[in-house]
Design a protein. Sequence first.
Length: 372
Amino acid sequence: MVPAAAVRLCELPPLRVRSGQRILREWKTSLEVERGLAVACGAYHPPVATVFVTGGSGFIGQRLIRRLLDEGNVVFALARSDRSAKLLSELGAQPVPGGLSDLEALTAAATECELAFHAAAHVGEWGPRWQFDQVNVRGTANVIEACRAAGVRRLVHVSTEAVLLAGDPLVNVDETAPLRPDSKSPYCSTKAKAEQLVRDADGDGLETVCVRPRFVWGAGDNTLLPSLMETIKAGKFAWIGGGQHLTSTTHVDNTVEGLVLAAERGAPGGVYFVTDGEPVVFRDFVTEMLATHGVEVPDRSVPVAPAMRGAAIGEALWRYLPLRGSPPLTRMAVWVSALETTIDISRARQELGYEPIRTRDEGLDELFSAAA
């Protein structure tokens, strides 16, 4: 029989932490309480690893945390708000209040963790460059510094094919292609700079690995698919260049598979693309995704060249004039929706043993079920 006191301990609220040494003391106390309770219940099994995750309340982060917990790991996850903390706690992770600008909180969160996954990022087509720089570049630098100070063995960074985007198609591209920190897209530019920081940080007791998915999709996406649906609903959707180009995609479960394999097998300082395998026609795939939610895609199309010029002009106007909101079309929107982006994943297959674990048909079925 489990003692009544132990039952009450099971009902302890999520840990509320503040800063510095108090974070460490409360964590250690909480872990000891949970461990003691598990021993009393005869159910204690040492964790596979203790892991720190940023961006845990995001699309990729949530799936990653579920996978890590399912495999027996203890997970501490950075939480920027009470809402995020509640979500992370419900997933089974230990929420750690703080942001990427709080080096002390990051270091305390990473202390005693063997692995760290950095999934937090400022994502978007448009916005003040300083916002992208603050989160994607300075935030990543803080995560690296915190992991090194805390003695983390390996940091896995969630990168993206966007680190190579600067206006040209990416055809069967691999990890040898140069980064484009000079990109005119603030997201692409700052993610390229962030990846370079991570790659340069490898060594002196900290191993770093970068994983690049392309076009992450699946049930639970709260960005890409909702945005497409809203654009169609508003009557603003049009294919750019017809949408008949090829694109690689990466289901969120395949993204997580790549991240976990990178943590286990990735070469220190390594970079790996992961996708769903063979590319697909962009228009066909987007149409199939939207069909799972009963949304019919308009047939309207605009040529690529005028769209490119219009995006450049719009960005200039919004940058130099006191205009609110975002341009009606951005360079990044044109690049990701009108240019071929096909990826060679040979390195991940050879070095990580990576293979997609979720087919597109399975992912589409999951989307359909989630929308029902």
